[in-house]
Write a protein that binds this ligand. Structure first.
Ligand SMILES: C[S@@+](CC[C@H](N)C(=O)[O-])C[C@H]1O[C@@H](n2cnc3c(N)ncnc32)[C@H](O)[C@@H]1O
Length: 179
């Protein structure tokens, strides 16, 4: 995942669901990157901003499943790392996030990320327990998330799509928004 950040981070980057900004911190982009963090949770934005304070990130409090505020600009890269397994619903519902983000990607830009799959992969005993617990309490919503659904959701909105399954995680990138 860090390699993906290092390879694909653009000059104007939007990170959706940055968590603690661990990947942005360790990407070592220097100050050449203009970073915007978007999250529905202001506490995450505060923690993430503090961690990469030297990069002077902008922040936007917004739910990626809702229409996005006017302060969302156009970006060379959009990161959605470990976001989709937290979003509720089926891949059709989660696809709303892609509908909202795609118009904010520059023509040459790339959307990238990864997500933990819940269907079509074999979790080990501990993984199965964690998945059950996280889905039961609503931290994860990925019991039915399979790689084919992710691929379809991306291909419905982007011309160039790459999806690789690594263990129980789908890593993906997409270019050329069709809408
Ligand atoms: C598992 S964390 C991912 C952290 C980080 N991207 C990483 O890879 O380490 C998921 C993040 O997505 C945010 N999030 C969850 N649902 C969201 C939504 N509907 N809109 C925006 N952010 C959301 C959470 O607040 C959290 O910061």
């Amino acid at each position: 995942m860090l390699a993906q950040y290092r390879d694909l981070l653009g000059a104007r980057h939007l990170d959706v669901g940055p968590g603690t900004a661990w990947f942005l911190k360790h990407t070592r982009s220097g100050s050449r990157v203009d970073i915007t963090l978007m999250d529905l949770n202001p506490n995450s934005l505060e923690t993430a901003s503090a961690r990469i304070a030297s990069l002077h990130p902008k922040t936007i409090t917004a739910d990626v499943l809702e229409e996005l505020p006017g302060s969302v600009a156009v970006y060379d890269s959009i990161g959605v790392n470990y976001l989709f397994h937290c979003l509720p619903g089926t891949w059709d519902d989660k696809g709303a996030a892609l509908d909202h983000l795609a118009p904010h990607l520059d023509d040459d830009g790339v959307l990238f990320g990864s997500t933990i799959l819940g269907s079509g992969v074999e979790h080990n005993a501990l993984g199965r327990r964690l998945m059950r617990f996280y889905n039961r309490v609503g931290i994860f919503h990925n019991s039915d998330d399979d790689v084919a659904g992710l691929q379809r959701a991306l291909e419905a909105r982007f011309r160039e799509v790459r999806v690789d399954v690594v263990g129980r995680v789908a890593m993906f990138s997409a270019r050329g928004a069709t809408a």
